[in-house]
Write a protein that binds this ligand. Structure first.
Ligand SMILES: Nc1nc2c(c(=O)[nH]1)N[C@H]1C(S)=C(S)[C@@H](COP(=O)(O)OP(=O)(O)OC[C@H]3O[C@@H](n4cnc5c(N)ncnc54)[C@H](O)[C@@H]3O)O[C@H]1N2
Ligand code: MOO
Ligand code: MG
Length: 424
């Protein structure tokens, strides 16, 4: 126990990027599975998909009107109208029945196949119907240019074009492309199965009444949302009290059935900080137990039989940031996302941030566009133990180590959190 305790205090702090690099080799690709197209929403494509045919695959009318020869309208104007005989009618879904000749037109609807001979469609509003010798004609008073209102074959994609690359998240645009090409069963990456439990004798279930000195377990649910958002499949376990043997048994059982284990709490130097003891023992191989960041300096990661254990800090702010910087990229990498880290933007700091620190701070805050310029506004309350401002945050504002802080107006890097901007 004494030795373990010593280890708990003596920790080598790694920069965030180094800690991330230690994790990534263990973020091994999950298997793939086939799902129906609606089920593919939000999933990650496992294989590239090529266009099995051009799109559109026939010359398509973009308007309700008449398919014509544009050459019939040369020099046509109000004083010199052109009359064309209507010889066919083509609703969407049908194909032309008559081979058009110059001087003729086919009534055609939006989305219908344009006769091969025609090279333009003139919309109804630009024509007048006239009966001439018992035959229906249209009267045109304007020149129509070749190609007008015809969508050519392959305008959007040619056969064999890569439609979607592997590693791409499937949302509305991707789903509609897949539907267009008849890809009704989609190869996607399996969602990593992630066991979650909190540690702490102070934790109440969320359906329990308050007790003095105890709090409800919010981190388990915070993580449930973060894991789901990141594409993983969370499995929630009851919180366990600060008991090393219980934690060990729980971690081992979780590794049997799940791809990743995420815990919160008990990673600092306190007497009951059991996760710190667990990773210092020989049941797992520790990757790191300190990172030069705040919040979450005691964020810990370990490996057991090639599977990742993330022991995040119990402080809600540190748990949140620890997840975003370490667990999210691991989940993303397991699913083959090329860039699984939070996207980096540059913004102007809207308010001075003067906390002094020798570690990099990841300060939660809002982003706002003002007159086309992006501003980052640090949360008023950003302590590690504060939960309430997580809900209003659009980004983590990166404040480098400094003994003066950063002044309003300076440029800062911000890591965009998923979702929209709270100010919109
Ligand atoms: N002597 C030192 N004390 C502390 C240090 C330090 O360097 N030296 N670091 C502080 C910092 S910074 C952090 S962060 C915390 C890390 O604490 P642990 O990861 O060990 O977490 P706990 O001690 O279990 O809990 C901390 C805090 O969070 C609350 N908590 C825990 N689990 C949950 C949960 N599931 N839902 C909601 N809230 C939770 C817990 O009640 C505590 O208030 O250590 C500092 N101390
Ligand atoms: O680990 Mo604490 O969250 O460093 O701030
Ligand atoms: Mg603690």
């Amino acid at each position: 126990m004494r030795e373990v305790e010593q280890d708990k205090f003596r920790r080598k702090a790694l920069p965030v990027a180094e800690a991330q690099a230690k994790i990534m080799p263990y973020a091994k690709a999950t298997d793939t599975e086939m799902v129906s197209l609606p089920e593919a929403h939000g999933r990650i494509l496992a294989k590239p998909i090529d266009a099995p045919h051009p799109y559109p695959h026939f010359r398509r009318s973009g308007m309700d009107g008449f398919a014509i020869f544009s050459s019939d309208t040369t020099s046509c104007h109000a004083g010199q109208p052109v009359h064309l005989e209507v010889v066919d009618e083509i609703p969407a879904g049908s194909v032309p029945q008559v081979k058009l000749k110059p001087g003729q037109a086919a009534r055609i609807m939006t989305g219908a196949k344009v006769p091969d001979e025609a090279d333009a469609v003139v919309m109804f509003e630009m024509t007048e119907s006239v009966l001439q010798e018992g035959h229906l004609h249209i009267r045109l008073i304007r020149e129509i240019e070749p190609g007008k209102n015809i969508t050519p074959i392959g305008l959007e994609l040619s056969q064999g074009d890569v439609i979607l690359e592997a590693g791409r998240k499937l949302t509305a645009g991707e789903i509609s492309v897949l539907a267009t090409f008849g890809i009704h069963r989609v190869p996607v990456m399996k969602r990593p199965r992630i066991a979650v439990f909190s540690t702490g004798s102070e934790l109440l279930r969320i359906d329990e009444p308050l007790q003095d000195g105890r709090i409800r377990n919010s981190n388990t649910y915070l993580l449930y949302s973060q894991i789901t958002e990141a594409g993983g499949e969370p499995f929630l376990f009851e919180a366990i009290e600060d008991d090393l043997a219980k934690a060990k048994a729980q971690v081992e059982a979780a590794f049997e059935n799940y791809d990743v284990v995420v815990t919160t709490g008990g990673v600092s130097v306190g007497d009951y900080d059991i996760m710190a003891d667990l990773v210092s023992g020989d049941s797992v191989d520790m990757l790191f137990n300190k990172v030069t960041m705040r919040p979450g300096s005691v964020t810990t990661a370990a490996v057991k039989d090639g599977k990742l254990l993330f022991a995040l800090s119990g402080n809600p702010g540190a748990c949140f940031v620890g997840f975003e910087l370490f667990v999210r990229p691991a989940i993303g990498r397991m699913m083959g996302i090329a860039q699984p880290f939070l996207p980096e933007l540059t913004a102007e700091l809207a308010r001075s941030y003067r906390k002094i620190n020798n570690f990099t701070r990841f300060v939660r805050g809002r982003l706002e566009f003002r007159e086309g310029k992006l501003y980052a506004i640090p949360a008023e309350l950003d302590e590690s133990g504060v939960m309430i401002t997580i809900k209003d945050s659009d980004a983590l504002i990166v404040i480098p180590p400094s003994n003066t802080g950063v002044e309003a107006g300076e440029r800062v890097t911000v890591l965009k959190l998923p979702g929209g901007f709270h100010s919109f």
